[in-house]
Design a binder for this molecule. Sequence first.
Ligand code: TXA
Ligand code: MG
Length: 661
Amino acid sequence: MSSPFPLTPEIAAGFARIALGHVTRPWPYKLDQVLTDDGDLALPRRLHPIFFGSFDWHSCVHGYWLLAAVRRRFPDHPIAAEIDARFAEAFTEVAVEGERAFLRRPSARGFERPYGWAWLLKLQSELIALGGPWAPRLAPLAADFADRFRNHLPLATYPVRTGVHSSTAFALALALDYAEASGDAGLGDLLRAKALAWYALDRDCQAWEPSGEDFLSPALMEAECLRRVLPGEDFRAWLAGFLPRAAGGEPASLFTPASVSDRSDGKIAHLDGLNLSRAWCWRNIAVALGTGDPAAAAARAAADAHLDASLPHVAGDYMGEHWLASFALLALTAGGDPMVGPRPELRPDVSGREAEAGSPEAAACALREGRLVLLPTETVYGLAADAGDPRAVAAVYAAKGRPAFNPLIAHVADVEAARRIAVFSPEAEILAAAFWPGPLTLVLPVQPGGRVCDLARAGLDTVAVRVPSHPLARRVLEAFAGPVAAPSANRSGRPSPTTFAAALSETGEAAAVALDGGPCEVGLESTVVALLDAPRLLRPGRVTREQIEALVGPLAEAEADARRSPGRLTRHYAPEAPVRLEAKGPGPGEIFLAFGPAAEGPNVLNLSPSGDLEEAAANLFTFLRAADARGASGIAVAPIPEAGLGEAINDRLRRAAGAIG
Ligand code: TXA
Ligand code: MG
């Protein structure tokens, strides 16, 4: 589950130090300028008051992007203060106007098209996410480049299918990030339309690459571009046609890192960038494919192989050093920033426009990346995660504070999707037909092989499903095309939020995208009915007892979970085998659930070798079941720290051990 290439604070700060070392280094510098008379000649610093370093304009722009990205992810690291000081010196109003003045020269129409344009917009999307004064300061410059895309794309009849700066796939991908972050829906539509027109019909890619000066993979960049455009299921179908032999590692050229013969040669050193940018694409593709797809493992392995080949070479020779760390950071932050948890991509702020900028497509994208979304429904706002991703679900529990692993409701787009995760009885069909989409949740036997993970179900072999009726929720669920776990978005012990502002102030900090759906129409959580033995009302709500009884007969009362937690409505998985806490290792016949560094062995299941509580939470119920499935005579569990999610893990373990309930 954990990557061999984590983005640690030390690595991120190392990258930032490299960038701080070159964004103001004036020489050598390669100008991109068409001269029209003697007066055009000037020092780079005069022509480009902000982006005069880093060997060339676009490298300087993405050097600043790197700084902003590190600054946002590691705000408490000492390097943050240095980055702030750099921004304060660089991003003055006068300097922004100076950069804009260069663009207004008639001879500058093709300046940095489209690569530098895309990076400038990517920088701006990161500054928006960062919050503070810099996004508003650079907004006029970003708007200039957004306009350039708006003017140029209608004229761009054909894509440019190269692996260098002229790549249209790379430009569209980065510009899409900006369109989403800034809420520029018109630009987003234009970019998506071009991406589809250019790439959607591509099939059976032969991938004759790399070319000797590539730093982008034409094939994978196209896939990475469409990944941002097509909803999950559609993207997977497209990729299956584009790279039909990916699961078997074909075409081999895409799975094999390029070898770099001379790192002091600027063009040959591009190939290190190719390896890093391929790792970026492969990681994102692997996440989009999900664990069930046979190509996902090949994609992950390819990402690791490419990182292994070029991550050691981001610094050393200036021909690579002035730009490679940005591509390394793209790769190490791909697939949902595994080491830094869910950081806000669009920082929710009740007054700011960023939070409103979230679109259903951006939300679906965040969910695919394992991040969290504030989701309006007709009942209350939910804090949503991919129900098939235990780490994302663990992050939901963590965000709610004083976490308890109550089973969560899986939200789906329609009854067909519900049937894929739950087993429907005739009563279930009747209630679904009568009340969906709408505020009714059904607790049903879980469908074997369904996508809702153990943690989202608290280890039970039942699953709660509902099809919400709120139009925004429905669009997210359609775009995501999978079950979404979403408890009410309140922090633990507080009332469920029924307005956007309330939802933001409860758990908005944890969400990568927040969708404003206005005040909730129902304002009360959904009615929960279990259809397991007899129909049972677990939680009353807008759909009333009378309405339900009219269709399926009398409802039994909710019964407490007599086995482990009398008096509580919430059931959890209770293992067959006796549980022994605070254990140092397995006794005879026992399975040992380790935590942190521990000896491996046939009787050992490690909840998290690195001592990560989110990972341990994600594995907890699955491992308890696995221990039972292996017929263990007992389950010995290592001590788990009580902090954060540890409290909920220990609560579950104590109940399982019979110390509570
Ligand atoms: O209206 C709603 O249902 C909202 C919106 C966001 O959809 N969601 C919500 O989720 O209220 P939450 O997690 O706050 O409440 C879910 C309820 C809990 O009482 C939980 O115990 C119950 O559903 N539940 C979920 N899965 C269950 C299962 N397998 N068996 C019994 N109860 C279950
Ligand atoms: Mg709740």
